[in-house]
Write a protein that binds this ligand. Structure first.
Ligand SMILES: Cc1cc2nc3c(=O)[nH]c(=O)nc-3n(C[C@H](O)[C@H](O)[C@H](O)COP(=O)(O)OP(=O)(O)OC[C@H]3O[C@@H](n4cnc5c(N)ncnc54)[C@H](O)[C@@H]3O)c2cc1C
Ligand SMILES: NC(=O)c1ccc[n+]([C@@H]2O[C@H](COP(=O)([O-])OP(=O)(O)OC[C@H]3O[C@@H](n4cnc5c(N)ncnc54)[C@H](O)[C@@H]3O)[C@@H](O)[C@H]2O)c1
Length: 450
């Protein structure tokens, strides 16, 4: 077996692994980046970037349809080929990672293509190559779709996010199993391009991890988009007859679709990574780390595999900590009290920190306040497409969580993230000047209620 020695071996070149590998190589360390598929990971090829290109297109359609009553008439003719072309040419380079690979090797990194497995402390094996890591191994191997145990599913041509992002043409109808972030974003995009969409969600709410008000909001918007939503759905069996899918539900009902998208969460396979070789529990769902992202002696973990929120910004936040730790620089320890997340539906559902229910579960003395966006000056001016609300969750004299749902809800979230992150007091938020007439001014109204 060929054996190579490096300072650091990075397993998985997703957003986090790529950042670690590039920055360490730039700093002069010898770095091997091991990648089984495409350098860049899920986000640029099948995740954030192509999905947000879809969202941008579908938001434009929605805005165009809002012209009557405000700015004249409009006739909207959606054409998916523009979206598919943009994703192919601009987002993914036809699912080719040459640019990203060259960027890494151009910085002195050593790219090893193939599946990496930890075979001993300080050792990663890729095919017939053994990579020795003098200083450490960084695990940034991300996640894969988690498939529910539905009878008949395995033998059918169902979609995951991958096929949805690669779709050149749209089906006439789509059944989406899972009403979380992926399911909701894709359901709305496809519906606005004319696809008949049914969402089947096992929980009693859409985007179930967020405030119940967010679900109510999306349920109303989805109804207006002609999306059929079935909550508390029990998907029992799936069949495909060569033309389309029949999804059999526990209540005897059925849902029919030309395509079926499974969007029921994501998982990491720790057995396949061989983490038992460094003393980690392979039966766990995720890799636990300390504040410096250290998982074991000489092993760091970042991104989806750590289970701290499957977001690109989380992966890159943790990557920064690892780079500093490995370079012997000042390290701030990871904090998770102000994790922001945005579901890019229209309206966007932005949230940070704890929901009201989570705060109560922790036994915190909780006060909440909420204001509707349509009642704000900007919401009233906006007139159409102005659904949303601000909800604040306070404990003692600070915010511990907040939701910003509405037009640009993800952008409005930034000030709330800062407030939760830095524990700005409600008094100080009350005293702040909020520009008029902005969507974020609705935050002031909610703060005043507190
Ligand atoms: C449809 C969709 C939309 C999304 N939208 C957003 C969004 O808007 N905003 C946001 O913040 N997040 C979004 N996400 C989540 C985001 O894509 C992930 O959180 C992020 O990509 C995780 O980064 P990561 O560094 O953990 O690794 P990943 O991006 O998962 O990459 C891991 C890489 O490791 C490789 N790998 C795995 N195991 C091995 C191995 N043993 N050896 C070698 N290589 C290996 C994989 O091939 C992969 O390339 C979205 C995800 C999806 C699916
Ligand atoms: N905008 C963003 O930041 C963004 C967008 C997409 C994805 N993501 C990340 O990717 C992760 C995965 O997204 P996701 O939507 O697959 O997962 P998710 O965990 O957000 O939602 C999955 C949903 O599927 C439901 N479900 C599970 N099993 C089911 C079944 N058998 N039948 C019906 N419903 C079922 C769950 O109740 C849940 O509501 C997210 O957690 C998120 O972190 C982020």
């Amino acid at each position: 077996m060929a054996q190579d020695e490096f300072d650091v071996v990075v397993m998985g070149m997703g957003p986090g692994g790529e950042d670690v590998a590039e920055r360490l190589a730039e700093a002069g360390l010898s770095v091997a980046g091991v990648e089984a598929e495409l350098v860049g990971g899920e986000c640029p090829y099948w995740g954030c970037i192509p999905s947000k290109m879809m969202v941008r297109a579908s938001d434009l359609l929605a805005e165009g349809r809002r012209i009557p009553g405000i700015a004249g008439d409009s006739t909207i003719s959606p054409d998916w080929s523009w979206v598919a072309r943009r994703i192919r040419d601009e987002a993914t380079d036809d699912w080719n990672d040459k640019k990203a690979a060259d960027r890494f090797t151009g910085k002195g990194g050593h790219l090893v293509r193939g599946w990496g497995r930890i075979t001993a402390p300080g050792e990663v094996t890729v095919g017939d190559r053994v990579l020795k890591a003098r200083r450490g191994i960084v695990i940034g191997t991300g996640s894969q779709p988690s498939l529910p145990p539905i009878e008949g599913l395995a033998g059918t041509p169902y979609w995951t996010n991958r096929q949805a992002m690669e779709a050149d043409t749209l089906p006439a109808s789509l059944v989406v199993v899972g009403g979380g972030a992926i399911g909701c974003e894709i359901a709305q995009v496809f519906a606005r391009f004319g696809v008949r969409v049914t969402v089947l969600e096992a929980a009693g709410r859409l985007v179930a991890i967020e405030e119940p008000e967010a679900c109510d909001l999306l349920a109303g918007v989805f109804a207006a988009d002609d999306i059929e939503v079935r909550l508390n759905a029990r998907v029992e069996r799936v069949s495909h007859d060569g033309q389309g899918f029949t999804v059999h539900l526990g209540d005897g009902e059925r849902a029919l679709g030309e395509r079926l998208l499974i969007a029921t969460g994501r998982r990491s396979d720790l057995v396949a990574l061989g983490v038992g070789a460094v003393g980690l529990d392979e039966s766990a769902r995720t890799i636990a780390t300390d504040g410096r992202m250290r998982a074991a002696e000489g092993v760091w973990a970042i991104g989806d595999v750590t289970g701290r929120g499957a977001f690109t910004h989380m992966s890159m936040y943790q990557a920064d900590i690892v780079v500093r730790d490995l370079l012997g620089e000042h390290v701030f320890e990871a904090e998770y009290h102000a994790v922001p997340r945005v579901t890019f539906t229209d309206p966007e559902i932005g949230a940070v920190g704890l929901t009201e229910a989570q705060a109560r579960e922790r036994g915190l003395p909780v006060r909440t306040a909420s204001t509707p966006i349509p009642a704000s000056a900007r919401g009233w001016i906006h007139k159409a497409g102005n659904h949303g609300f601000i909800k604040l969750v306070a404990s003692e004299d600070v915010l511990v969580g907040a939701t910003s749902a509405g037009p640009a809800g993800g952008e409005v979230l930034s000030m709330l993230t800062l407030a939760v992150h830095d524990r700005v007091t409600i008094d100080r938020l009350r005293q702040m000047i909020y520009a008029y007439p902005t969507f974020h001014r609705a935050v002031h109204e909610a703060v005043k209620q507190l």
